[in-house]
Design a protein around this ligand. Structure first.
Ligand SMILES: [Zn+2]
Length: 433
């Protein structure tokens, strides 16, 4: 009795954690699911990786004030360090962190080309979609699937100028031209589509890409509108002749090419990923990244055979992303919400989405490495954000069972769909035609 009373008291005084709101059996089941991660920027194996990390500042330093979950001294990283490197401490003492950084460097070295796969194994991730300019060493196997950037195709006249900052290196229309040995930019829009857009998509699909990604919201609003081919062709011809385009003409050409690229991606079985919602840096323009702005494109008849994923689920516009999931061709992942939100806040988003269109919701970690984050890089994000997603999912589903919205069996089924099965079906990862 005494022991029981003591345990009860412990339970009352223990800090409230995410796990208190999750059915432990359901969470255990979810922890066993071999996940498919819809959106990462996982790095390839690289012997030089980490060479700039400083032993005396193991946590690195930030360029601007990070949000709390991404701060280098967020205590949640400790769990990732334990999983990845066997960190035994519960603190961030400088001596412990120096030791930790050298343990990470040693394990990376020993892992060599296997390191990217080792990280996936530690996170319980079976397959990661990697959004980068190319896959690299250690990523060319059945565990990593490529998602190249389609934005350069929107800007035929940008040349070598990379309009956006892409993870994994620069990507430009001039480079895509070189890869296809197209020496001069075609004179007409039709020829541009035939000689550059179409063959690039075909080549990507052939080399194993499962989707293409647009970061366009970093450069303009997502309100792509259908435009007449003649107007776009006239704008293209004008620029091809060396004249500058005004903002309306520029937009006309972008809008036209967006529809062309998306329709053709669909024909090539490439899913279209679109960055929606908050982006990198304190000066990102959220308003023009609202998923609601995509509604005209998502509804348009020529794009109904293309499947779209609202990457990041549009946060802070998550109800707007949810509303878009009604459309048969539209899906969402909750990548980046994994680090914008606390576990409980993420669970609240998931509960709404899963009570709406659970077949359209996918797990994504948005793991990436920052300029100077030695101990909160892609590895730590891959582990922590996957774990956090499993917990948030368990909390949401536990509440849905408790409120008798779904059965226990359906909760487990939905968990498998979100962590794995929805992505397997969308990208045909099981090899089905
Ligand atoms: Zn991302």
């Amino acid at each position: 009795m005494k022991i029981l009373a003591f345990l009860a008291m412990l339970a009352l005084t223990a800090p409230v954690s995410a796990l208190d709101d999750a059915d432990p059996r359901l969470l255990a089941e979810i922890n066993r699911i071999r996940a498919v991660d819809n959106h990462t920027h996982d790095d390839p194996a690289d012997p030089q990786r980490g060479s700039s990390w400083q032993a005396d500042t193991p946590l690195g330093a930030a360029d601007y004030p990070d949000v709390v979950p991404l701060r280098r001294d967020n205590v949640e990283w400790i769990e990732a360090w334990r999983v990845l490197y066997g960190y035994q401490h519960r603190d961030l003492q400088p001596a412990h962190l120096r030791e930790l950084l050298s343990a990470k460097q040693r394990l990376m070295r020993e892992g060599g080309e296997r390191w990217p796969t080792i990280v996936l194994d530690k996170a319980g991730v079976d397959i990661a979609l990697v959004n980068a300019t190319q896959l690299g060493a250690g990523q060319r196997n059945d565990r990593f699937r490529w998602v190249p950037y389609a934005d350069p195709l929107l800007w035929p006249f940008a040349g070598d100028k990379s309009r956006l900052f892409y993870s994994g290196g620069p990507s430009s229309i001039a480079q895509l031209q070189r890869e296809l040995s197209v020496t001069t930019l075609p004179a007409t829009l039709d020829e541009y589509v035939a000689q550059l857009v179409e063959p690039t998509l075909a080549r990507w699909q052939k080399s194993g890409a499962v989707a293409v990604k647009f970061l366009a919201a970093y450069a303009r609003g997502l309100d792509f509108q259908p435009v007449a081919a003649e107007a776009a062709a006239a704008a293209y011809a004008r620029a091809a002749g060396g004249a500058a385009l005004d903002p309306v003409q520029t937009r006309t050409l972008e809008d036209y090419l967006f529809y062309e690229i998306c329709a053709r991606a669909g024909t090539h079985q490439l899913v279209v990923h679109i960055h929606t919602g908050n982006g990198v840096g304190p000066y990102f323009n959220n308003a023009r990244a609202d998923p609601l702005l995509l509604e005209t494109a998502l509804n348009s008849k020529p794009l109904r055979a293309t499947r779209f994923v609202l990457v990041h689920g549009g946060w802070p516009f998550t109800p707007n992303a949810q509303a878009m999931l009604d459309k048969p061709n539209t899906y969402a992942d909750f990548s980046a919400q994994t680090f914008y939100l606390t576990t409980h806040a993420l669970a609240a988003v998931l509960r709404n989405w899963l009570g709406w269109q659970p077949e359209k919701v996918m797990f994504g970690s948005d793991s990436y490495s920052d300029a100077n984050t030695p101990l909160s890089d892609y590895e730590e994000k891959q582990v922590l954000m996957t774990l956090k997603s499993r917990r948030a999912l368990a909390i949401a589903l536990t509440a849905m069972v408790r409120d008798q919205e779904i059965t226990q069996a359906r909760a487990i089924e939905i968990a498998r769909m979100v962590m794995r099965d929805n992505a397997v079906a969308l990208y045909r990862l099981d090899g089905r035609p």
